[in-house]
Design a protein around this ligand. Sequence first.
Ligand code: ZN
Length: 145
Amino acid sequence: MELDSLYQEVILDHYKYPQHKGLSPVFTAQVHHVNTSCGDEITLNLILEGNQISSLTWDGQGCSISQASVSMMSELLIGKTLDQASLISTNFSDLMSSKGTSSGDSLILEDAVAFAGVSKFPGRIKCALLGWMAFKDAAIQAQTD
Ligand code: ZN
């Protein structure tokens, strides 16, 4: 796949130096998601304090896109309220379904706009979305407990 080289660097950087990797011993919700088409796996631990994400840790294995995406996501979402996180998450999903026509809103997505180029590769979109889908699931579980 061809991604803009600067973006590729940001993604590889998160892959090599993942943020918030290593599961917290306690959690409000824990989910495990698998992307069978690529073999990516992610376990996500979410801790909520009221309506705010106080901790988001994960462990996983798989391709650089999936692992870098969950790393960037955790960095972006920690400290946010569930409403803010939902807005960011929807923005990222929209970017992934843009088929390469959007460069993403860097005010909302920050470094995660690096994944804009991935939307041109249908086979990799699931990789980029894996962590975000896991988060969505964890947020629902945390609120229904
Ligand atoms: Zn993958």
